[in-house]
Design a protein around this ligand. Structure first.
Ligand code: SAM
Length: 284
């Protein structure tokens, strides 16, 4: 009898993926972790009832979360990733020749170990890169206590439930601000506004308490069910928002990136928000 993975993230709608083969299913110390194979999306990682990433569409999210801030900034040397245990974002950050260190603060060692074992294509050796540093800790505690500074902070978190909940608070964002170098950029995993409007409302409000420029940009990730997915963008530097594809194209070429989703034109277009998301940013 074929088994299906039905998400439990939303109370009134759910996506299901056929589980053609279950590779791992267990509670780590912190989260319910399932890794299974699906004919359409390849291997799938789910945590606490929500799809986190799949071999089939991970490129969309990881390219947009890494390349948009790093190419906009133009001189990133030190990156902090909070979460991101599957390693797909780490790999994309390390593709940038100017990046000197990427520090990943991941709360659950089990996610890293199991993704390296069952989803090796996502990190593809990134954890062995001399520029990669893994810290097993709560990301909120790390940014509250560290005296290190970063040019870009990427919050590749789960949804605001379980251990991920603290990564959507004003206090966490204020600590991220403290850990950014001048002109630094914070990017957050900010959900699917059609189904999780409060994530945009609350992040816009909480980020606005610490940053001068707060907006969102979009990506369409098929297995992040519910339409457009938003990534939070927070910085004090307004000039990034005026970058054009003409500005970004030489940076993209110089980095020598091979992408399947990101383009300089899409980078600019991704910030052109639909009216309902703009309204959510104003608290509607
Ligand atoms: N791309 C996915 C998404 O958009 O939902 C996120 C993928 S990644 C697997 C999410 C990671 O966040 C998990 O490995 C989880 O263990 C980690 N995480 C959750 N809460 C955390 C916290 N407070 N500090 C550090 N890592 C955390």
């Amino acid at each position: 009898m074929t088994e299906w993975f039905a998400e439990t993230l939303h109370k009134d709608v759910a996506q299901s993926l056929r589980m053609d083969r279950v590779l791992f299913r267990e509670r780590t110390g912190l989260q319910e972790l399932v890794i299974f194979e699906n004919a359409r999306f390849g291997r799938v990682l789910a945590l606490d009832g929500a799809v986190q990433t799949t071999e089939g569409d991970e490129f969309v999210y990881h390219e947009m979360m890494a390349h948009v801030p790093i190419l906009a900034h133009g001189a990133v040397k030190r990156v902090l990733i909070v979460g991101g245990g599957d390693g797909g974002l780490l790999r994309r950050c390390l593709l940038h020749p100017g990046v000197e260190t990427v520090t990943m603060v991941e709360i659950d060692r089990g996610v890293i170990d199991l993704c390296v074992k069952y989803l090796p294509g996502l990190s593809a050796g990134a954890f062995d890169d001399a520029r990669a540093e893994v810290v097993i800790a709560d990301g909120a505690r790390f940014v509250a206590e560290t005296d290190r500074r970063f040019d870009v902070i990427l919050v590749d978190s789960t949804d605001p439930q379980g251990p991920g909940e603290v990564l959507f608070t004003a206090a966490f964002y204020a600590d991220c601000k403290r850990c950014l170098t001048p002109g630094g950029i914070l990017v957050t995993q900010n959900g699917v506004p059609f189904l999780q409007p409060d994530e945009v409302r609350h992040s816009a409000e909480h980020l606005g308490q610490s940053f001068a420029v707060v907006t969102f940009y979009m990506a369409v990730v098929p297995t992040y069910f519910g339409g457009i997915m938003t990534l939070g963008w927070a910085t004090d530097e307004a000039q990034y928002s005026r970058l054009t594809a003409t500005d970004l194209s030489p940076r993209f070429a110089a980095a020598g990136l091979q992408t399947r989703y990101y383009t300089p034109e899409l980078h600019v277009g991704a910030f052109a928000l639909p009216a309902f998301i703009k309204a959510l940013c104003q608290g509607a």
